[in-house]
Design a protein around this ligand. Sequence first.
Ligand code: ADP
Ligand code: MG
Length: 349
Amino acid sequence: MDNIKTDFTDVNTLGEFGLIDRLTTGIENKHSSTIKGIGDDAAIIATGDNQCLAISTDMLVEGIHFDPMYSPLKHLGYKSIVVNLSDIYAMNAEPKQVTVSIALSSKYSVEAMDELYAGIKEACRIYNVDLIGGDTTSSTKGMIISVTAIGEVSPKEIAYRSGAKVGNIICVTGDLGAAYLGLQILEREKQIYMSNPGVQPDLEQQKYILERQLKPEARKDAIKFFKRNNIVPTSMIDLSDGLASDLMHICKASGVGAYLEEGKIPIKQEAQLMAIKFQMDPITTALNGGEDYELLFTIDEKDLERIRYMPDVYIIGEVTDKKDGIKLHTTGGNIHSLKAQGWNHFEEK
Ligand code: ADP
Ligand code: MG
């Protein structure tokens, strides 16, 4: 038992991505049907009939990814499905099935689990996916939810992280930063409640911001638009860690740089105002906040006209040469190198 931590290396020194890199070093795929293994939003498997499967797994852990004090279980169930479907859409694939595995402690009642499953079933209905199995077990502390999502995509429509080319246009759907701000509001109210349980939470009528955190949606509509308009993004990723960190994944995988226009990055006015209330720069919440579950993608210049008709999409920059790095052109006219400050899930809360 004492080989967990003593004079061994703390996982914090590597961070999440460093640890994944280290653990997966030397893994080679043995099967020609494994088209893409580790390193993208989902793995891609050939099925032999000119169709591929996209497969992705994500885990939500109590105390790290959610807090039952402010996450209604129905929303949590919904979110656990949506965040996995987001990874399937990020491959330009259509999700079809999910499996759901849960570990729970005895503090959860049957009625509480019914609530969680009401949210899971609601997401499966709205996103048209079948819940085909899973696993249920107990945990000594709290709840862990692990979902695997499976989608279908034709080989020529797959959007990897690795296909961005110099001169491509960088686009993002939706608006950024609100989910992070929602978390800040919930954390603030939790602290106030813990020190004075008589005080009613002041959620400031921030329905939109709170929903972005508690009940996000995945961009099913974007994938439909690409299909209808014969567009295949040259690269794509979903925004789970924050624009800066996720853009770096695309740049690293594609061997390119990027130039972003700060003024073009979509942030809702209510998120801007809330950021200022928290004494944060709104752009920081968009670049580093995370959990937006929007799609960040690049397109060939020839598709520019068609993408202009895409609802809720924003052109935020251009793919550049790797040697130029990843740069942000600020509204003040300065050029900054972008740094990722995404989540480090190993940090103690
Ligand atoms: P996302 O944020 O899109 O869910 P991650 O950053 O979690 O992606 O994962 C990046 C890649 O590393 C994915 O291909 C994922 O399947 C893989 N991966 C993550 N954890 C492990 C692990 N423990 N063992 C093997 N592969 C892993
Ligand atoms: Mg992803």
